[in-house]
Design a protein. Structure first.
Length: 287
């Protein structure tokens, strides 16, 4: 009897160890892992969206993708969810004049994201959390998510957009050196994050060979036009990457990862979104 109890305990420990070692990345799971992954994630899948574009003269073309991939990998160590493989198909028309940019036609970008979400759901997930690393994507992603109400879906899409609290703002101001108003793309903040995550890919000695200053070549008050970014930043570089530090990068990364862990926990526990979504679709059908 004692031997049987000991065996049962060992099996229980082994089962817990296997659950803890369950890969988070979709492409690293086995088919036999799938039921365990669905259960452990509460049917939650992260879709990290980056982009391929020039990041000044010094940071890697895949900077956005590297960041979201790392955020997801770190957050899921504490709050498990399945992470969809690298996805770099977003809106990047504003950088087509620069080498390395990968810009697909808008219909392809839309249909690919829609089909990807549908396929994620077909595989058993009913909560899809989009993590975005590209500044040119939020408007597109927000509209995409809103259009999920166009027809009935049995899954919900969430867009992770962390708030910055007073503690973060104070710490950020203490570590940040350049003008924050112009720190938008491959500047101090983003370069700092890359210095922390992948320092071997950042060429700091090249950070000042091009200007990241706003060229202010177009000004029509109260108007928005597609060429605004190119008019301001023709080098596809906004800020001063030369002032980047690993300390700032770690500070920013730790805050975002912590925020993502909390957001994942809330989404996994959420039972209201899908319920209200079903109620909405039922009412649309009735009318």
């Amino acid at each position: 009897m004692q031997k049987l109890k000991a065996l049962a305990i060992l099996l229980l420990i082994a089962g817990c160890a296997n659950a803890q070692n369950l890969p988070a990345r979709w492409d690293e799971l086995t088919a036999s892992d799938w039921p365990k992954a669905l259960e452990k994630s509460s049917r939650t899948c992260i879709l990290p969206i980056g982009i391929l574009e020039k990041h000044g003269p010094h940071a890697p073309i895949g900077s956005d993708l590297i960041q979201v991939r790392e955020w997801a990998a770190r957050a899921t160590k504490k709050e498990y969810a399945v992470v969809f493989p690298d996805y770099f198909y977003g809106q990047i028309n504003e950088a087509r004049h620069q080498p390395g940019s990968f810009a697909l036609p808008e219909k392809v970008v839309w249909q690919l994201l829609e089909s990807t979400c549908d396929e994620i759901a077909r595989n058993g997930f009913d909560k899809i959390v989009i993590i975005n690393g590209h500044g040119g994507n939020p408007e597109f992603l927000s509209y995409f998510i809103q259009t999920r109400l166009e027809k009935r879906h049995d899954y919900a899409v969430f867009f992770f957009q962390p708030d910055k609290d007073s503690t973060y703002n104070a710490g950020y101001a203490r570590l940040h050196k350049s003008d924050p108003a112009n720190d938008a793309h491959a500047g101090e903040r983003e370069t700092s994050v890359l210095l922390y995550m992948r320092p071997e890919l950042v060429k700091m000695d090249s950070a000042s060979i091009e200007s990241g200053a706003n060229q202010r070549r177009l000004s029509i008050p109260g108007m928005y036009t597609a060429i605004w970014w190119y008019a301001a930043y023709p080098n596809h570089y906004a800020g001063d990457g030369a002032k980047a530090t690993r300390q700032l990068g770690q500070f920013v990364t730790d805050y975002i990862v912590g925020s993502l862990e909390k957001a994942l926990k809330a989404v996994k526990a959420d039972t209201t979104t899908l319920k209200l979504q079903k109620e909405y679709f039922d009412r649309v059908k009735d009318h």
